[in-house]
Design a protein. Sequence first.
Length: 288
Amino acid sequence: MIYTLSEAAWRACTRRVAHRAGEGRSVTTDTGTHAERTLDVAGRKVRVLDGGSGPPLVMLHHSVGSHGWMPFHDQLAARFHVYAPDLPGYGQSERPEWARDPRDIAILVNCLIDRLGLGRVTLLGAGFGGFVAAELATMNPAGLERLILIGAAGLQPREGEILDQMLIDYPEYVQAGFRSDTAYHSALGEDPAAVFKELWDFSREMTARLTWRPYMFNRRLPHLLREVTTPTLVIWGERDVVIPPVCGRQYLEALPNARLEVVPEAGHLVEMEEPTTVVNLIAAFVGG
């Protein structure tokens, strides 16, 4: 059996989040500033949203799954041609039943980038997507123009712990990604659990397959990162309680050509809380 999130649930989730996050601003829709396509990768379908113009940027989403085309994508698309796939096993991408490690997903993303014919890309990963991006960078640094990690998992924190989403209610986990309840409800609505439950449950099942032991880190990764000379920007929310900010400093230490930017007062989902700030940091990094 091939597993994907139901089409109706995925559509409802992406429409609701785009509407909530875009209140008072221009709102991107499925028929607006981006296109949607499905490609075959290793015998499974992978859904990709893309839009904008400029050099190619591939964005990999958090473990909560893809919420569709967000205001953050819209702002990035003013400077890049943005490609935002549903990672294999998440959203409307079919599940590779054999995958048991984030590195497996990194291999598939590397194949996807090749299938899209993008050449060298800027690779951006947030949260779990940052874990996948870091793994991919160790495998194919020559394929990356730049690497951007936003609150990335992948390293064992030397202080504190990564918040384990398997041990708490999933809405509680997502709420912990924001700096406040107000920011949480502003982005996702008054009762997000009712709208996103299927997306969250589907995503958590795949995350458990990939990251359970050890949870959300790879002890080999910091050693492999020392060979990645790709220019790298590490972005962290100052008040991240999901992945300790010390992990940002650890990425800075492991990567030979990296710099760290901390966004004041922001939580783990910093690109949802402060999209303009994050896009400006990225633009300055790329311009520099």
